[in-house]
Design a protein around this ligand. Structure first.
Ligand SMILES: [Zn+2]
Length: 286
């Protein structure tokens, strides 16, 4: 994927090095209490104070809580996701304008381990996600090594697809689709699940629409890129994930759609670039 000369987005929050509350001894009254308790329990106060000073230094230097210097490979990934985010902004700003609407750019929030969003506390085990409550896309960059090693989907364009899918959920939120789906939810579990699948497949379709227009605007694709996104769409389909987790698949509990469905909708978005082709809610065949 060609990206290095493209624009970087500033709609990014980086909380990877932020101290985790409860684990760190911070300043203020709370920190003092923890320090006192630690001393009462027999800890060496000088060592503790040194630790606090070290943590504050690290925070000022923007380093991780353990004082580890930023990993250069991950810094490059950050640079990359800023470009992909900017690409989604350029495409969706134009698409919304064509619909006579105004696109509100989402924020991409980088975290490590766990994160508190308006949608609650989440760990990186859930994978990248979008929270409609604060209109942010959350990602632990560690997911990308998982994508490569565990799911066999390497390649930059596969990584871009992951962000484009989450931004797709943001587009659904802005267009009122998510709200409509939520209003219909809660009658029975099977129907709820079917609705979730359609919402997910539409996000894949929107990722495809993004890729279509990003290619038109910026010529981002290199040979093999489309295949790598399709591999990612297929690798993280619910049937594959379930088979891996318990050795068999149970269609009723699917929430993202099967690998074949995910690939089909992404491809439809990519081939047409046409928003009107993505009504997964009325489609008879997914
Ligand atoms: Zn999704």
């Amino acid at each position: 994927m060609r990206w290095r000369d493209d624009r970087r987005s500033d709609n990014i929050e980086d909380e990877r090095g932020a101290p985790k509350t409860g684990l760190m001894i911070g300043g203020g009254a709370g920190g003092l209490v923890i320090l006192l308790i630690a001393v009462l329990l027999g800890a060496d106060p000088r060592a503790l104070l040194q630790q606090v000073a070290q943590q504050q230094q690290n925070q000022q230097a923007g380093q991780g809580p353990r004082g580890a210097a930023a990993d250069p490979a991950e810094e490059e990934l950050k640079d990359f996701v800023r470009v992909v985010l900017a690409d989604t902004e350029d495409v969706w700003n134009a698409q919304f304008e064509a619909m006579g609407k105004k696109y509100q750019e989402p924020v991409l929030h980088l975290f490590r381990g766990d994160v508190r969003s308006a949608c609650g506390l989440a760990t990186s085990a859930v994978g990248p996600f979008y929270c409609p409550g604060d209109q942010k896309v959350y990602i632990d960059l560690g997911f990308y090594s998982e994508l490569k090693e565990k799911y066999g989907a390497p390649g930059e364009f596969a990584q871009a697809y992951v962000i484009a899918h989450e931004v797709g959920h943001h587009v659904q939120n802005l267009l009122g689709t998510s709200e409509k789906v939520n209003a219909e939810r809660g009658q029975d579990k099977r129907r709820d699940n079917a609705l979730s699948v359609r919402l997910e497949l539409q996000a894949d379709f929107l990722a495809g629409v993004w890729a279509h227009h990003a290619q038109k605007m910026k010529k981002i694709l290199e040979p093999g890129d489309l295949e790598s996104a399709l591999t990612a769409a297929s690798a993280i389909g619910d049937d594959k994930l379930q088979k891996e987790a318990r050795g068999y698949v149970v269609p009723d509990s699917f929430t993202h759609g099967t690998s074949a469905q995910r690939m089909r909708w992404f491809k439809r978005g990519f081939d047409t670039g046409d928003m009107s082709q993505g009504d997964t809610f009325r489609a008879r065949d997914l």
